[in-house]
Design a protein around this ligand. Sequence first.
Ligand SMILES: Nc1ncnc2c1ncn2[C@@H]1O[C@H](COP(=O)(O)OP(=O)(O)OP(=O)(O)O)[C@@H](O)[C@H]1O
Ligand SMILES: [Mg+2]
Length: 320
Amino acid sequence: MGDQAEKLREMMRKKNGDSRESQAGADFESRNRKSGPSGRGGGSGEKQPREGKKTRIVTITSGKGGVGKTNVSVNMALAYARMGKKVVVMDADLGLANVNVILNMIPKFNLYHVIRKQKTMREIMVDTEYGISIVAGASGFSKIANLSEEERQNFIDELDTLSNADIIIIDTSAGVSSNVLDFIAAADDAVIITTPEPTAITDAYGIIKIIATEIDNLNMGLKLVVNRARSVAEAKKVADRMTTIAGQFLNLKVEYLGFIYDDITVSHAVLRQKPFMVIDPGCKASQCVQHIVGRMERSDIKNVGGFGNMFKRIFSRSDF
Ligand SMILES: Nc1ncnc2c1ncn2[C@@H]1O[C@H](COP(=O)(O)OP(=O)(O)OP(=O)(O)O)[C@@H](O)[C@H]1O
Ligand SMILES: [Mg+2]
């Protein structure tokens, strides 16, 4: 994952000819600078009602690797399931098979097999003993672009199977591969995970900046979770810093969703290949996740059109 973070920094360097911004986190150090030129409303887009059944698509992402995306994805899914929601976790981080490891399951097939018409969505989706389902993503998502019209239609029809879900949580890899941006562009909410570590904060800010500049018509809710915090105050300090700077320099509204305590139960749970919400629903980390999901539920969805639009949004991305 270190190379992903390096890729992110490299992209930031390329993007910013301005030497003041030669590092992703440069803005942190130049707090007195006035707001950047971006006219983006930072979430000021009009809210419109969505039609039909709403499937909320939540992408979990980060700048730096290893900050807790997969744990957050799976345990948020569990918290939603306990509220009676139908949840699908999509593991978009195929290379490392993260979700599989945490749940001790190995799906044989992934979206690639659906694209290739070798399997149906129902066949690749794996139900777990925890009341959530998982779908392994396809690293070659962009292959959809090369499909014939008929194949593409078939794929969209298959994806429709997922529209029964109330929530689809997409666990991405760290950094800014175009795949990750595709998923983020398609989501209702992009949840950015950081830890209080300076490098994680810098890279989280970096990815927010990339999202702001790379995704047209940014219409999703950008949300921040501070993982592995040692106190409420520590998490709040990190969040205040990030939300203020995103507002000042990118004219972007980033909502602080909450924090998760650094909790030994998490690593114990990972070793036992079970979600920490299952190992100890009352532990500090579990309580924090429940709190975060509660906040998610209270925040509005900005996007219009629901699930079907997710892939239309992906298809319409110019670099696709
Ligand atoms: N709240 C926490 N308290 C204690 N340890 C944690 C916490 N969150 C994550 N960890 C530790 O960090 C490790 C990495 O977490 P996780 O695999 O969820 O990160 P990730 O962002 O998905 O990583 P990658 O970028 O490699 O996909 C876990 O195995 C666990 O040991
Ligand atoms: Mg992961």
